[in-house]
Design a binder for this molecule. Structure first.
Ligand SMILES: N[C@@H](CCC(=O)N[C@@H](CS)C(=O)NCC(=O)O)C(=O)O
Length: 212
């Protein structure tokens, strides 16, 4: 049995979506980051970087923080949602693109544009411009493809699952998905999946999933 420590944020949703897709039993342990619960000593013992999500796998005694590591661990444990052959590395490439680029940059957009608008026009402009550049890169990657990695038109992997929750906050980022037609089709394709819908609303429902 797995314990998932999480909250209703893009990083948390990546892992709840993957666990829902895998259909394996798990217990969700809410960590309300708006109340500082990520600094509780019990949580820090599992996730010393005081960020959600984290998992404890009681079957293997493995504890992990960092979504990239958690997703690779769970996908490899169950041998699902991984691209095969050379495409494995393409999948890792896009997973790392999300970890190092998309997630951190969109996080800054949320900070400056959504929550602190007007306090730093330079930062708003810098991160909004970078967000649009990243959306364009993803839109270009998805031209003629259904998923970011995998042979042919691609296959649904943890790379898609890691990116999608960030794109689901496109309205916070001032982005109109109509400007990115390939990306919009992909966004809607994933949004239609029952596991994406159930994973999105964990640990609890906050809002309807934006249509895009
Ligand atoms: N690189 C980390 C990022 C995790 C992260 O930033 N989590 C945020 C929520 S989306 C958090 O826990 N923030 C709490 C805080 O800033 O104190 C990962 O991929 O797991």
């Amino acid at each position: 049995m797995i314990d998932l420590y999480s909250w209703t944020t893009p990083n948390g949703r990546k892992v709840s979506i993957l666990l829902e897709e895998l259909g394996v039993p798990y217990t969700i342990k809410p960590v309300d980051i708006s109340k500082g619960e990520q600094f509780a000593p019990e949580f820090l013992a599992i996730a010393p970087n005081n960020r959600i999500p984290a998992i404890v796998d009681h079957e293997t005694d493995i504890q992990l923080m960092e979504t990239g590591a958690i997703m690779l661990y769970l996908a490899q444990k169950h041998d699902r949602f991984l691209a095969r052959g050379d495409e494995y590395w393409r999948m890792v490439e896009w997973l790392m693109w999300q970890m190092g680029g998309l997630g951190p940059m969109l996080g800054q957009v949320h900070h400056f544009v959504k929550y602190n608008k007007g306090t730093s026009p330079y930062s708003e402009d810098r991160y909004s411009t970078e967000a649009k550049r990243l959306y364009r890169v993803l839109d270009t990657r998805l031209a003629g493809r259904d998923y970011v990695a995998g042979a042919g038109r691609g296959e649904y992997t943890i790379a898609d699952m890691s990116i999608w929750p960030w794109i689901s906050r496109h309205d916070w980022q001032g982005i109109d998905l109509g400007d990115f037609p390939n990306l919009r089709s992909w966004y809607r394709r994933l949004r239609a999946r029952p596991a994406v819908q159930s994973g999105y609303h964990l640990p609890h429902k906050v809002n309807e999933i934006p249509e895009g």
